[in-house]
Design a binder for this molecule. Structure first.
Ligand SMILES: O=C(O)C(=O)C[C@]1(C(=O)O)C=C[C@@H](O)C=C1
Length: 275
């Protein structure tokens, strides 16, 4: 039995993602951690694999995950995209506050604006439901629609389904293992992608352009480029990149070797492209 950690409590979209991640065995033991940082810290310690969100189609990258990679690089071994549907629910007719997870707030901004009550930020969407159920004063919560079953509906004052800003809302999740563990073997028919970090330790004019020109010269197709502040000085950034292909591909290898001459590159693994 393989041990997997993800964001809890049970019922998060992260749990759905762990259940749907193709390369993970169906026989697995899932443990839940209260925050994304704690989940990632448990990988390689309490569990072999972690499942975390990396990008939402409306909100962009999940910054705590990218920032955690800068501190401790893990290996991405697989990804899955999960459609995200939210319901806004209330325990009594006139809610005076609303519980909502920090990433979910940005995905349901219209519904929250219409409700116009103070927000209490939670660490996960299941936590928002838990807090609402424990609340005795009139309150609302933004919760995953798959958690609002018939029994819960009967206990609520009202339910607004389709609370996302877009019906196309979706989040991409990744499965990560500690760098010491080996990723699953490659096969010839699967399309792969590779993630890596370029760490800013030599800020100078044109540095990013030069790195991108190297990738272009070797015909490495970029799929994502995200900057995150280093937290040390304004204007200093780390970059998270995704590109087509595997680390073993000679073009990507050559490009990264050249980029490494100028700055620090941290590879985060090659894994199946499940778009
Ligand atoms: O709270 C959850 O249900 C999660 O799985 C976390 C998370 C995230 O942080 O991105 C995942 C998907 C949704 O986009 C919103 C929240």
């Amino acid at each position: 039995m393989i041990d997997i950690v993800t964001l809890g409590p049970a019922g998060t979209f992260s749990q759905l993602a762990a259940d749907r991640m193709r390369s993970l065995p169906s026989q697995k033991r899932l443990s839940f951690y209260p925050t994304l940082t704690k989940t990632l810290n448990a990988v390689g310690e309490a569990a072999e694999i972690g499942v975390v969100p990396i990008e939402n189609i409306l909100e962009g990258v999940v910054s705590p995950v990218i920032d955690a990679f800068v501190k401790r690089p893990l290996q991405i071994i697989d990804e899955v995209t999960v459609p995200i549907a939210f319901s806004l629910i209330a325990n009594q007719p006139n809610p005076q506050q609303v519980f909502a997870q920090f990433v979910a707030q940005g995905q349901c901004s219209d519904a929250l604006e219409r409700l116009a009550v103070p927000l209490t930020t939670t660490a996960s969407n299941s936590e928002s439901l838990k807090q609402l159920l424990a609340c005795e004063t009139p309150a609302a919560a933004l919760v995953p629609s798959h958690l609002v079953d018939t029994e819960l509906r009967q206990r609520l004052a009202w339910v607004e389904d389709e609370a996302s800003d877009s019906p196309d809302n979706a989040t991409r999740f990744i499965a990560v293992t500690s760098a010491a563990q080996k990723a699953s073997p490659y096969d010839a028919v699967t399309r792969y992608k590779t993630s890596f970090l370029i760490l800013d330790d030599a800020d100078q004019p044109g540095l990013l352009v030069e790195h991108l020109q190297v990738l272009a010269a070797y015909k490495v197709n970029l799929m994502a480029l995200v900057s995150r502040p280093t937290g040390r000085q304004f204007g200093q950034y780390h970059f998270y990149l995704e590109c087509e292909g595997r680390l073993e591909d000679s073009a990507l290898q050559a490009a990264l070797t050249l980029i490494r001459l100028r700055t620090q590159v941290v590879t985060l693994g090659s894994y199946p492209d499940r778009r």
